[in-house]
Design a protein. Sequence first.
Length: 394
Amino acid sequence: MEDILIISNYYPPEKGAAANRIEQLALKLHQNNYKVTVLCPLGNYPKGELFPEYKGKFSVTEQLQNITVKRLWIYPSVSKNIFKRTLSVLSFASMLFLYLLFKKTPHKVVVQSPPLLLSFVSVLVLSLMRKKIILNVSDLWPLAAIELKALKKDSFSYHVSLFLERFIYSKATLIFGQSNEIITHIHSIFPEKECHLYRNFPDHKMAEMDFITNENGPIKLFYAGLLGVAQGVFELCQQIKLEEIDIELHIFGDGAEKSQIEDLIQQNPEIKIFFQGMLERNVLHEKLQSFDIAIVPLKTRIYGSVPSKIFEYGALGFPILYFGGGEGETIVKENNMGWVANVGNFEKLNATLIEISKTGKSEIQTMKKQVFNAAEINFNLDFQIKELIGKGVF
């Protein structure tokens, strides 16, 4: 059994697409006869405070589903204060640097990027030690930061980020990109770099969801995930018009916009939006049996980004209302997964919702079967991993 190390800023029991993505990769590698170790911070995301089981600890080693998880100390924070956020990143980066420098690590290492500073520290040390570095790029930074207006072009931070980005691409042995746009971007800088498409497919290991249908009830639209700046769920709640159509929106999750969303709903009970909080994945899936359509929004079109919710909820059999632009639109359209509204165009979104309300529940039930079958064929994590192993990537 060959050893492999995965370095990530997120890992369950933390929530969100990033933690789920790395867990699925670790589990699939284990199933294919790799001895997997994950190196990550003490659990703290998305609230920015250590989970109770990690408080007062400097480091923790766990066995989770046959994966060895080594958690290092971090000063956790999701504060808007730039000093606290920087201190948080630097705290784990310094621990990671020391660990990689002085602890024995396998020859093959998967490094998750972003965050850029953590991937830079990892790639720097690992390249000096002549390790095989498999860089897993899920978003393009600093480009995404510019599009989200989190960074100003030509600022000092932008130029530092640009240097870090170029460095990790140049030193990586090979690169995974979650989208074709990411691979195109990397090849525009390093045309000869070996790159492979690696989609964020889920692995639910389940048959089609046992949906509970109330033909006389409203069409139930849901969002489930992080409530952060990139998703723009608060603005979605402000702009969506449901009062005069037979649709209601339910929101599951946690994050920076949670309190704003709760206040909006409390002050405007007529808007037919319901906040359900953060649920464990198995509880969420059980709850979603009575729902109809998943909405996948982004605040703005982010080059290179493909929300993993497309694959996750497609694999459960949910039609998708996609409102994020970019490559995600192509995936939804090519696989006949549902509806697309131009990102940021709320007039088009509301027109699409009127169209959906006229579709009716019986037709949506038929769509669910079609979406599930398409996802089972086209979004198969087992096939993807085995194909990459066959190419000698790992």
